[in-house]
Design a protein around this ligand. Structure first.
Ligand code: GLV
Ligand code: MG
Length: 334
């Protein structure tokens, strides 16, 4: 390990993040009763300009009046380049800060963006005597944000999570595709050469670079990392495939832009029973090896060592958190 170490963000279950437009209060109770680990009330891109004021009021009321149970409950504010942003922060934190877990900050471009918001939120928390620190969940979704992701990840002790905002990222970088979070038939490799009679087309993942970069920057600073939206909510297999790729790279969770994507995210982002069992056996085998003064042993014909412990411990901890989580419907007393 390096001599430099950063504190880990709160270890919270964050497999699914359900987006709910704050202009649509009819969806709030359903979101609170959903199995999503996290919910954000959106004041930004799902809300039209002339609905912004009312959406903000709705979000404040929802934070104060609804029992969000074990959900991580957040509000996505408007971007720092808009005049809605300051009022989003001031009104929401002043009037409902005690009920708020995190502020979701869109289109973060530089560490200074995070710093500015940290200052504002700190002042309001102090003025209001809020005891619990509000966290930041940052969306990396512009070329500028991606270029600065490492600095952004370390810009505030409030930072808890990084999210890959694929829709805006595609727009910002001018990617030529229309399926948000999906695959592109234009991003392929053709095998062989002109001499070959048969050549195969292999589709590649257009999101790989951005997501891998965010995972590294987030994990380096002890943050949770989430993959963003998958636009086609009638394509569960496409969603699962995207979520599996994200989980394989190290993400904690994935967004759900429709309630039916929540179960898919929870399913894919939960370690499978056989993975948990294997991790438990790794921990048992390593405990026995340590007791015998050995640093590495073989398990099922494969070498395991101290690195295997860290991996196995993280997996088992996630499994324990899932076991401990009450179903939202039960928590709500239904
Ligand atoms: C999310 O905000 C996105 O742009 O994908
Ligand atoms: Mg966006």
């Amino acid at each position: 390990m390096s001599f430099t170490s950063y504190p880990q963000a709160k270890p919270r279950l964050h497999r699914s993040e359900l987006a709910v437009p704050a202009s649509q209060p009819k969806f709030f109770e359903k979101a609170a009763a959903s199995e999503a680990d996290a919910v954000f009330l959106d004041l930004e891109d799902a809300v039209a300009p002339d609905e912004k004021d009312q959406a903000r009021k709705n979000a404040i009321q929802a934070l104060n009046d609804i029992d969000w149970g074990e959900h991580i409950i957040s509000v996505r504010i408007n971007g720092l380049d808009t005049h809605y942003m300051y009022r989003d922060v001031v009104d929401v934190v002043e009037q409902a800060g005690g009920a708020l877990d995190m502020i979701v900050i869109p289109k973060v471009g530089t560490a200074a963006d995070v710093y500015a918001l940290d200052m504002l939120v700190t002042q309001i928390e102090q003025a209001k005597g809020l005891a619990r620190r509000i966290g930041f969940s940052l969306i990396i979704e512009t070329a500028l944000g991606m270029a600065n992701v490492q600095d952004i990840a370390g810009a505030s002790p409030r930072n808890e999570a990084l999210n890959f905002g694929v829709a805006d990222f595609a727009a910002s970088t001018r990617m030529r595709l229309t399926d948000i979070g999906g695959a592109s038939p234009d991003y392929t490799v053709l095998t062989g050469g002109p001499q070959d009679l048969e050549r195969e087309v292999h589709w590649n993942d257009v999101w790989h670079y951005g997501l891998a970069r965010i995972v590294v920057a987030g994990r380096a600073r002890g943050l949770r990392v989430l993959d963003g939206p998958y636009g086609d909510f009638n394509d569960p297999e496409g969603y699962r495939a995207a979520a599996r790729r994200a989980a394989t790279l190290g993400c904690d969770g994935k967004w759900a832009i429709h309630p039916k994507q929540v179960a898919l995210a929870n399913e894919v982002m939960s370690p499978r029973a056989e993975e948990v069992r294997h991790a438990e056996r790794v921990l048992e085998a390593m405990a026995a090896a340590t007791a015998a003064g050995q640093g590495a042993v073989a398990l099922d014909g494969r070498l395991i060592d101290i690195a295997s412990i860290r991996h196995a411990e993280a997996l088992v901890q996630t499994a324990r958190r899932i076991e401990a989580r009450k179903p939202a419907s039960r928590a709500a007393g239904n």
